[in-house]
Design a protein around this ligand. Structure first.
Ligand SMILES: *Cc1c(COP(=O)(O)O)cnc(C)c1O
Length: 394
């Protein structure tokens, strides 16, 4: 049976690994070498021209990094994959590698904070026009796409209010005008959602989050159509935001348990969201698994699980209430990262949307009193008890 025919949990463990193993080792080697030597100039030339597999220089490719890319490629079902030093590294390489002056991008207001800075501040300098639509208004997004564009950039579920986009529907609209579709799949992971199977051309991740899962390595990765991935790789090899081999190794090690972790996080998040929804101190809970969530139907159609991310607002809607509440949490780091085995908690003002002004956050529909909760893999009984004791002050 080929690895392509196996299921995702098996691919998390075996995907990409076999070809890189050395001298009977069962684990992928961390190749720190910057240069790769050849016995004769002809072979060196063939590798340099891409006619023969091999590596030339660490900024371009590396054996450990290649295994990481191959594992993600398999899990997402793409034709090719390439990586970068961070999620933002792969997002900016994708946008700057594919777009040309005079082109137009249609996206949503709720993209990750750093992505929206690329849209609103940097792309404009290169005469790329970006239209950011209301994330919940599919008709408006379709109407903007129909006016003509080259790239449609989606993210679902979004950060931090877990809004859900109908990926197949918007992909259809994009392909009608010949635009390519890029989906940030960081929150869902391929365990819960596979955008390429829904028709998207490219899927990308901040591997720093769920893929790595242990909050100890930064990375980014994109997978999909080979002609597009090649252009992104070409930009990234020159801009130099290369994934470090040690980070690639940590991400690979983390990914072996991706299937188990994400399924546990799905379960824990559902229990936490249900608990918070009926708690007297809570105003509102945003989680796609809840029937009260506006994107629940679409999420049920396109996702295999609702993910580990949720957010909620306190009835006492002030930053001061958050200031008093968060330090009371015992089993949740007050930290900016997410998707790790430990639960993390924080307000968007200090995490995903720290780059934005309060006015911009308001325009993105993010209440200042919102709390983002990234569910870990702890025993859920303890997570519920922790929230309950911390909320007792209200
Ligand atoms: C964190 C994050 C990014 C950026 O990734 P980095 O690894 O921090 O550069 C992009 N998109 C989403 C959804 C994220 O959560």
């Amino acid at each position: 049976m080929t690895i392509e025919k196996t299921m995702l949990g098996t691919q998390c463990i075996w995907g990409g690994e076999q070809t890189s193993l050395l001298q009977g080792a069962t684990q992928v080697p961390v190749v720190h070498s910057v240069g790769f030597a050849y016995n004769d100039v002809d072979e060196w030339m063939q590798v340099a021209l891409g006619e023969k597999p091999g590596h030339i220089y660490g900024r371009n490719t590396n054996p450990t990094v290649a295994v990481f890319e191959e594992k993600v490629r398999l899990l997402e079902g793409g034709a090719a994959a390439t990586s970068a030093s961070t999620g933002m590294g792969i997002i900016s390489s994708t946008l700057f590698g594919l777009l040309r002056p005079g082109q137009r991008v249609v996206s949503i207001k709720d993209t990750y904070g750093g992505t929206s800075v690329v849209f609103t501040e940097f792309l404009e300098r290169f005469n790329v026009n970006v239209t950011l639509c209301d994330t919940t208004d599919h008709q408006q997004i379709e109407a903007e796409i129909a006016k003509g564009c080259e790239l449609v950039y989606l993210e679902s579920p979004t950060n931090p209010t877990t809004k859900v986009l109908d990926i197949a529907r918007l992909t259809q609209a994009a392909h009608n005008v010949g635009a390519i579709v890029v989906v940030d799949n960081t929150f869902a992971t391929p365990i819960n959602q596979r955008p390429l199977q829904l028709g998207a051309d490219l899927v990308l991740h901040s591997a720093t989050k769920f893929l790595g899962g242990h909050a100890d390595a930064l990375g980014g990765v994109v997978s999909g159509r080979k002609d597009l991935v090649d252009q992104i790789y070409h930009y990234r090899e020159i801009n130099g935001a290369t994934l470090h081999p040690m980070a690639a190794y940590l991400l690979l090690r983390g990914m072996k348990t991706l299937n188990l972790r994400v399924r546990q996080q799905n379960e824990n998040a559902m229990a936490v969201a249900t608990f918070l929804e009926s708690h007297a101190a809570i105003e509102r809970v945003f989680y796609p698994g809840l029937e009260s969530h506006s994107g629940h139907k679409v999420a049920s159609k396109q996702m295999q699980g609702y993910g580990g991310m949720l957010s909620f607002s306190l009835k006492e809607n002030s930053f001061d209430a958050i200031r008093r509440f968060i330090p009371r949490m015992q089993f949740a780091h007050a930290a900016a990262n997410l998707g790790a085995v430990e639960t993390t908690i924080g307000p968007p003002a200090t995490t995903s949307h720290v780059e934005c002004t309060p006015e911009q956050r308001a325009a993105f529909g993010i209440p200042e009193g919102l709390i983002r909760y990234s569910t870990g893999i702890e025993n859920v009984e303890d997570l519920l008890a922790d929230l309950d004791q911390a909320l007792a002050i209200f």
